[in-house]
Design a protein around this ligand. Structure first.
Ligand SMILES: Nc1ncnc2c1ncn2[C@@H]1O[C@H](COP(=O)(O)OP(=O)(O)OP(=O)(O)O)[C@@H](O)[C@H]1O
Ligand SMILES: [Mg+2]
Length: 515
């Protein structure tokens, strides 16, 4: 561990970092900050939740010239929510130096963004689609940018984004400082990345496993039709503080959140087809603990840092090992513990072995939980509720009644009745859930095929696409038309190459857009 003082930061930054409650630099921060301050191009790779944002954010802010009112730095992120989150963190880091960061992303009023851009932010954090939109409208000029960061770099350089990134980088002077960060960096993507950089230094925080130790990882083998009951039982057993349930498609997410509500859980879904206002509302409610379960597609898999997420449920197996790493990394962050469980249908077991091989970590098998276990879990919760009242709350007004009751009834019978009242008993309300076929590489080839890959060379028609995740283009709607006509409503989100042996996932623009 190193202190931030040892990293040679300015007093303004040390003050902000102190305010943020960071005492020591994390390994990726210790290893990258000094190098980044010298302007060396680098790829930073470290496990999820280990502080990569500040690892690029601190040197980025340190390099900003307060007096210069032009945009000097740009950070690109794959989703709108992540862009907002990164901008928030940069604003905290830059608070005392007076460095202002503006997020720009699709789904938000472009007029408002244009106005905000005129206010002279030093740094922009954007999703690629919206950044290109502003470049095309000439409302964002990047000639004065000297530092570029790609957060979730492997995702950004996937098929769905690479052309956008190329286009954005064409607008930035060649004499620039480029930094790439991610918890995963498949070899092929790394090679591609190096094309955008000069004398690149690769800084990898050494770890025997790709995922952090503090996340307990399990899987459960379960038939497709049993998945939902198993999920409910597990939720009853775990009583998570906050949980994220990942589903494969948008339809899946919609159906799952509805089904969970029917069974009495407070759940909401988030995916790329929802209006931005709804996405914001759901995420806010989740952060405020107004809802306990966030049901999400991979749109929420990367980068999001929400404290209190204690459990991750992969209701559908992720499309590749990278997605697995990022999804489960929404828990167990900043040294906290977490728990992740993956549902595997019998025909998907090989995919699990591949995930284990690539992440170099054994995933323990868990038995299918029984109704009794769920019942016990809920009873335990009831006991905890009772005990917390017993220890902390005034009960004097209830004593007289209690004495009278005890005179007439058996004490065990009385407590049992009280517990029954407090216990949420397993609910079997019928729900509607369309069955999802098992994940197989063959099927992907049949469904996708060459046609979709060849689409990616088509020139952009009008702006408005937001970071490859936004189905609502403000111009050139052909993209959407093609997408909705060629794919069923339950089409896979972010459908990568489903063959797990394939390390550098190929993805079409259309695929990434569909989360
Ligand atoms: N030096 C530090 N000391 C304490 N907490 C820190 C430190 N650096 C970062 N954090 C906190 O750790 C959490 C995770 O950080 P961050 O989101 O940057 O992780 P990440 O490595 O980018 O993860 P991911 O790969 O999921 O994007 C955040 O809440 C952040 O505020
Ligand atoms: Mg991050």
């Amino acid at each position: 561990m190193a202190t931030f003082q040892e990293l040679g930061l300015s007093p303004e930054l040390l003050k902000s970092i102190n305010n943020m409650g960071f005492e020591e630099a994390t390994p990726i921060q210790r290893d990258t900050i000094p190098t980044a301050l010298q302007g060396t191009d680098l790829i930073g790779q470290a496990q999820t939740g280990t502080g990569k944002t500040a690892a690029f954010g601190i040197p980025l802010i340190e390099k900003m010239d307060t007096k210069n009112r032009n945009v000097q730095g740009i950070v690109l992120a794959p989703t709108r929510e992540l862009a907002v989150q990164v901008a928030e963190e940069l604003n905290k880091i830059g608070q005392y130096k007076g460095i202002r960061t503006l997020p720009i992303y699709g789904g938000q009023s472009i007029v408002r963004q244009i106005k905000a851009l005129k206010g002279g932010p030093h740094i922009i954090v954007g999703t690629p689609g919206r950044v290109i939109d502003h470049i095309n409208r000439k409302t964002l000029k990047l000639e004065t940018v000297h530092t570029v960061v790609l957060d979730e770099a492997d995702e950004m350089l996937n098929m769905g984004f690479v052309e956008d990134i190329e286009k954005i980088l064409e607008n930035v002077p060649e004499q620039r400082h480029t930094m790439l960060f991610s918890a995963t960096m498949p070899k092929q993507i790394q090679k591609l990345a190096e094309r955008f950089m000069k004398d690149v230094l690769i800084i990898k925080v050494k770890a025997s496993e790709m995922t952090v130790r503090s996340i307990e990882q399990e899987y459960v083998e379960v038939k497709e039709r049993q998945k939902f009951d198993v999920l409910c039982r597990l939720l009853d057993i775990h009583s998570p503080e906050l949980a994220i349930v990942f589903g494969r498609t948008k339809r899946r997410v919609d159906e799952l959140s509805e089904a969970l509500n029917k069974r009495g859980y407070s759940a909401e879904g988030i995916h790329g087809d929802l209006p931005q206002a709804k996405r914001d509302k759901v995420l806010r409610a989740f952060k405020n603990n107004t809802i306990e379960v966030l049901v999400a597609t991979d749109v929420a898999a990367r980068g999001l840092d929400i404290s209190g997420v204690s459990h991750v449920y992969n209701f559908d197996i992720p499309q590749d090992p990278e997605s697995y790493v990022h999804r489960i990394g929404r828990t167990g962050r900043a040294g906290k513990t977490g728990y992740a469980i993956t549902f595997i249908t019998p025909r998907e077991i090989d995919h699990l072995y591949t995930i284990e091989r690539i992440t170099k970590r054994k995933i323990e098998k868990r038995q299918v939980p029984s109704v009794n276990e769920a019942m016990e879990g809920q009873q335990q919760m009831a006991v905890e509720k009772l005990m917390s009242v017993l220890g902390n709350e005034e009960t004097a007004n209830y004593k007289q009644t209690a004495v009278e009751l005890l005179e007439e009834h058996d004490s065990v019978a009385l407590v049992s009745a009280a517990l029954r009242l407090l216990t949420r008993e397993p609910d079997t309300t019928p729900v509607n859930l369309t069955e999802e076929p098992p994940l197989s590489s063959k099927k992907f080839q049949n469904r996708g095929g060459q046609g979709r890959f060849s689409d990616r060379r088509k020139p952009r028609q009008g702006g408005g696409r937001d970071g490859g995740r936004d189905p609502k283009r403000s111009g050139g709607g052909s993209y959407r038309g093609r997408s909705s006509s060629s794919r069923p409503s339950g089409s896979r989100e972010g459908g990568r190459d489903n063959d797990y042996s394939y390390r550098a996932p190929k993805r079409t623009r259309e695929d990434s857009k569909n989360r």
